[in-house]
Design a protein around this ligand. Structure first.
Ligand SMILES: NC(=O)c1ccc[n+]([C@@H]2O[C@H](COP(=O)([O-])OP(=O)(O)OC[C@H]3O[C@@H](n4cnc5c(N)ncnc54)[C@H](O)[C@@H]3O)[C@@H](O)[C@H]2O)c1
Length: 394
């Protein structure tokens, strides 16, 4: 049975379009996109590709199970692109393949969605900037998935920050404590490698949280971090990272990302300002207060800011993972229809990728690093050994 689409702001959905989609990579998230796109009124999945026939088959079955028609299937990306069966290409392969496949797709006249993270290195991510800008100037949409940007709790906090309701932001703290078994890393050969995963807890799982922090606090200035591998073996990357980030505004933030925190807890983000603070926990609003300290307003105004289902005190929506991507696809459908930039541009995603790479570089050097130096690749030659230890070119 196909579950109903929960709690969407239907007035924002563009229904007059039928945007056809090709899914590249039919693993966990590729199948998920197949279901999400099939449920979204603006999209139809017309093709899928994966070198593994079993994955192609199970993605097709997931699409049909969600109410769609069986898509055309291809065993190679080149063949699928050459067939020109879709307006939109959705890249859901291991992270180290994203840029190469995105560049290949942009050779065709298509819109492009890339799963997070943009890439495994800033150097690779930067390669996409020109091609993405060219496509954008031709009215095409090029975007990177960061579905938590669209959670109603996130939107409420960002609007409060942008509207000045919290006054000057002074600090933030994010804890992303998950558990991933040894089996999780052993199962996929690409997982836990610098070349294809691009990092561990901070990159694969934590980039969502790092992206939220950055979207709340603005441009980072300096990063100081530690990483460790304490709960897993046979992986190249960290399962624990802690960092302090100083932002250009002067605000300070701490972030902890781990996949060695059994049994795993909901992601929690605090944001604090001189006139207000908020707490997002498990993607829902736990606490919100904005206003004059003397005004005597209710301490927790969260219920005034989001629907009841988006409060931390409510149970999570049954299908919250699908809903998250559906919300971002609302933005993508609208961006395609109205030829406007999507919320998460390649440039935006590159900044979050650079922030994660800065965490790795600082931890490896044992010293703070400046964000702009990481973004500009300044360490590639000046700190070759440290850069090599985190998978090569920053
Ligand atoms: N936004 C999210 O919440 C979220 C969640 C999970 C994963 N992801 C991202 O999605 C990506 C994939 O993760 P996953 O968990 O689905 O991995 P996965 O291992 O389950 O699936 C990857 C798929 O890509 C296929 N593949 C490999 N090489 C390919 C190629 N050259 N062409 C086409 N297909 C190829 C594999 O056969 C496999 O089926 C990663 O970048 C990951 O970070 C995002």
């Amino acid at each position: 049975m196909i579950p109903a689409i929960p709690d969407l702001e239907v007035e924002n959905i563009v229904t007059e379009q039928n945007i056809t989609a090709l899914i590249v990579g039919c693993g966990i998230i590729g199948k998920h996109h197949g279901v999400v796109l099939t449920r979204h009124p603006s999209f139809t999945v017309t093709a899928v590709t994966d070198p593994d026939p079993a994955m192609v088959e199970s993605a097709s079955a997931a699409i049909v199970g969600a109410g769609g028609a069986a898509p055309a299937t291809y065993s190679s990306v080149a063949e699928a692109l050459e067939a020109r069966v879709a307006d939109l290409v959705v890249i859901c392969t291991p992270s180290g393949l994203h840029v190469e496949q995105a560049l290949a797709a942009l050779e065709y006249d298509v819109h492009l969605v890339i799963e997070k993270p943009l890439s495994v290195s800033v150097a690779q991510g930067r390669e996409l900037i020109d091609a993405a800008e060219r496509a954008t100037s031709q009215g095409r949409c090029v975007t990177v998935i960061s579905q938590h940007r669209f959670d109603p709790a996130t939107v409420a906090v960002r609007e409060a920050i942008e509207g000045g309701s919290f006054g000057q932001l002074t600090s933030a703290a994010a804890v992303m404590s998950m558990y991933r078994s040894q089996q999780y890393y052993d199962q996929g050969a690409w997982r836990g490698t610098w070349a294809l995963d691009g990092g561990g807890a901070a990159m694969n799982q934590g980039v969502h949280t790092v992206d939220l922090l950055r979207s709340f606090l603005g441009r980072p200035e300096e990063i100081s971090a530690y990483t460790a591998q304490l709960g897993h073996e046979r992986i190249e990357i960290e399962d624990l990272a802690t960092a302090t980030i100083r932002f250009e505004s002067g605000a300070l933030a701490t972030v902890l990302c781990t996949t060695a925190g059994y049994p795993g807890l909901p992601v929690r983000v605090h944001v604090h300002g001189l006139r207000g603070s908020a707490v997002i926990d498990d993607s829902r609003l736990e606490f919100f207060h904005a206003g004059d300290p003397e005004s005597g307003q209710a301490p927790n105004q969260a219920a005034e800011r989001v629907e009841v289902g988006e409060l931390r005190s409510s149970p999570p929506a049954e299908d919250f993972f699908v809903t998250g991507h559906l919300r971002q696809y609302d933005d993508i459908a609208d961006a395609i229809t109205n030829k406007r930039p999507p919320v998460v541009t390649v440039n935006e995603a590159l900044l979050s990728l650079a922030l994660v790479r800065a965490i790795y570089l600082s931890a490896t050097l044992g010293a703070p690093v400046r964000f702009d130096d990481v973004l500009d690749g300044k360490f590639d030659e000046s700190a070759e050994a440290a850069v090599a230890a985190i998978g090569g070119a920053i």
